[in-house]
Design a protein. Structure first.
Length: 429
């Protein structure tokens, strides 16, 4: 048989038969046990060369089939960081205020329908401004850590401004966007890692409770803790909780709880801990609080944390801001409420940011990496109203009550329970 004809037969054999049969039919001068009775070394060498060609064809065939299988097999969209977070730059200049581009008065109503003034917060010793939010968009964006790099971050559950994405700045947030936290007078953007159910879905929390609290600037509390007390700096950026940039000890107290009619008491350090004891009919909650001491200069820092600091007792026995961060600002506290229903298995839940593969750390225990990001974009005048009344007059303001007989109209339509609660992980953009 001619060499080309033999090779053609060999290729045809590879298409039609298993590898062992293809090699035997296309190559052998001596098959099976006949090898041991062979009389011709040349024919054995010819078989070896033929087998080598057959192996090459087999490798190509296998590689092509594996590639096609990969094309046909659905790939779960990534939920962790696509690349390791990097240090950013300092943001030193406070932006000029951007006025609301709509009728502000139309977004206000008499507090609780009657114009009632909020009750005193003297018992707690701080003035408080509180409001609730529902979840908004799910995006693999982080305009603080990965600015102008859509899709680079782990999956985030955004809330507040519905236009927030990787390209957001103070100016862009102030320019447009409805808010899941009441109405566009607060166009700030907030985001935290998405909760995953281990089955390809996101478990959205039902609602968030947000608190801004601080002692009045004229009080002894401010005089002892800080050199001076101010409001929220315009355009401030914050990240608190687990440090995704450095992987170092988290900033701020983060804790998990089970809340509801059959909930056990106490706080838990991670989601993995609370998930084993929180049954259907209850809520799994996570809480965290921001730093309250500002350096008085920067709106952001390279690691997105160093422009702010926590007050501590140090060696004096009195709570004080560090000398490097002498300005006291309202604490931002957040609590998220995840509803647990029949059929849920919270022991399989985890945060999108728990997958630290990009940082060479594998996967962390569920809930370890919880953190909160925010970009301030309040209407300047309205922010001053709730600071001047709720904070400075030591009032306990709830539900976007501004402390002056006015309240933010609930344009969004807040719900205590959202549906759908569980949604598929969105495809990567």
């Amino acid at each position: 048989m001619r060499p080309l004809a033999a090779l053609a037969m060999l290729v045809a054999a590879f298409v039609a038969a298993p590898a062992s049969a293809q090699i035997d039919k296309g190559c052998y001068n001596y098959s099976g046990q006949n090898v041991w009775t062979a009389k011709s070394a040349d024919k054995l060498r010819a078989d070896i060369e033929c087998f080598k060609k057959a192996k090459g064809l087999a490798d190509i065939s296998i590689a092509n089939r594996e590639k096609r299988i990969a094309q046909l097999t659905p790939v779960a969209p990534p939920v962790g960081d696509v690349q390791e977070p990097e240090l950013g730059v300092s943001l030193d200049k406070v932006p000029a205020p951007v006025a609301s581009n709509f009728d502000v008065a139309s977004m206000l109503v008499p507090s609780w329908g009657s114009g009632a003034i909020a009750v005193s917060g003297a018992a707690e010793g701080v003035g408080a401004f509180r409001f609730n939010c529902n979840p908004g968009q799910l995006l693999r964006d982080d305009p603080i850590v990965f600015p102008k790099q859509p899709g680079k971050s782990h999956l985030h559950q955004f809330f507040g401004n519905l236009t927030a994405d990787a390209n957001s700045t103070y100016a862009s947030l102030r320019a447009k966007g409805d808010s899941t936290c009441g109405n566009p007078l607060n166009r700030s953007a907030y985001w935290s890692p998405a909760m995953l159910d281990g089955k390809g879905n996101v478990v959205q929390w039902d609602y968030a409770q947000i608190y801004y609290k601080r002692s009045p600037s004229s009080s002894e509390g401010c005089a002892v803790v800080a050199t001076r007390c101010e409001g929220i700096p315009r355009g401030l950026r914050q990240i608190f909780g687990y440090d995704m940039v450095t992987g170092k000890t988290p900033t701020g107290s983060v804790y998990w709880k089970c809340d509801g009619p059959t909930a056990p008491s106490g706080a838990f350090p991670t989601l993995a801990d609370v998930a084993t004891v929180c049954r259907a009919g209850n809520y799994i909650t996570v809480s965290s609080s921001s730093p309250t001491c500002w350096d008085g200069k920067r709106l952001d820092s390279p690691n997105h944390r160093d422009h702010l600091a926590y007050a501590d007792f140090g060696n004096t026995g009195k709570l004080r801001c560090p000398a490097t961060h002498p300005v006291g600002i309202p604490a931002f506290s957040l609590q998220l409420f995840y509803r647990v229903v029949d059929g849920d298995n919270p022991t399989e839940w985890s945060l999108s940011s728990d997958d630290m593969t990009a940082m060479g750390m594998g996967k962390l225990p569920a809930g370890t990496s919880f953190h909160t990001d925010l970009m301030d974009a309040w209407d300047d005048d309205i922010k001053h109203v709730w600071i001047d009344n709720c904070i400075e007059k030591l009032l306990s303001c709830n539900g976007n009550d501004l402390g002056n007989g006015k309240q933010l109209k609930d344009v969004w339509g807040f719900k205590w329970k959202i549906e759908p609660r569980v949604v598929p992980i969105p495809e990567a953009r």
